[in-house]
Unconditional design. Structure first.
Length: 247
């Protein structure tokens, strides 16, 4: 029973609907690396800006970037459906304190969200977390999380409905239905191809994907309805740096 709960907690956060920047994701990854099941509910988590810079290969500490990121995190609301059918809406963090002269951000997790991060810490290795932080694209980070759900499963091939996938990635606004990449070509080029380039060869996972076409009467172009992913896993001693793509 406990094992089932662990899988649910991981998936509930991974497939939750929200949008988030690269810096916001990195802060939360650092929290995941430190959270423990036995921690007191009131525990504050120390995030080192210097350590994040070392992992990402940045020469700058980017305090202003992280200040903006934590400010946004305090207002980010994620939404996910729990196994019992309840709809959970919650924020990721409750507060952020910048400790003067230390390079430390003290993060207070939202109490509703904390159990998800306890489980993620148990399921992610430090190499996986370092790899996730090193990815440059916020979308690549979300795709990597999704792929990690399947890497240890017997069947490593899975499909996602295109609308569902876009909603998970924050590309479709669940309130308005607005699609930032309504064209498959643009979605493929700017999201999936970028994720492929960053994840494959630089993390413990490689993957392939292909569009699954739906049915449409007549001779017109058939719409893409699903995306099929196949995941391959190989143990790496450390993540390889991702070189940003120059425009």
């Amino acid at each position: 029973m406990a094992k089932t709960v662990e899988i649910w907690q991981d998936n509930a956060l991974t497939v939750a609907r929200y949008e988030m920047s690269e810096a916001e994701k990195n802060i939360l990854y650092m929290v995941v690396a430190n959270v423990k099941k036995e921690d007191a509910p009131t525990k504050m988590y120390q995030v080192s800006v210097k350590e994040m810079a070392e992992i990402t290969g940045s020469k700058e500490l980017m305090f202003e970037t992280y200040k903006q990121a934590t400010r946004k995190l305090l207002t980010r609301v994620f939404e996910t459906t729990l196994p019992n059918g309840d709809l959970l809406q919650a924020t990721f963090i409750s507060s952020a304190l910048y400790k003067k002269g230390t390079g430390i951000i003290e993060i207070e997790l939202s109490q509703r969200v904390r159990p998800f991060y306890v489980d993620l810490n148990q399921r992610f290795t430090k190499i996986q977390l370092a790899a996730a932080i090193s990815l440059n694209s916020a979308y690549a980070k979300r795709v990597y999380e999704l792929l990690c759900m399947y890497k240890n499963m017997k069947d490593k091939t899975f499909r996602r409905n295109l609308v569902e996938l876009k909603t998970i990635l924050g590309i479709i606004d669940p309130k308005t239905g607005k699609d930032s990449y309504s064209s498959w070509t643009w979605f493929q080029r700017n999201i999936l191809d970028v994720a492929t380039r960053e994840i494959n060869g630089h993390t413990d996972i490689t993957f392939t994907y292909k569009p699954i076409l739906g049915d449409r009467p007549g001779r017109g172009r058939k719409p893409v309805e699903q995306v099929e992913f196949e995941v391959f896993y190989s143990i790496k001693s450390q993540p390889e740096p991702v070189t940003p793509l120059l425009e």
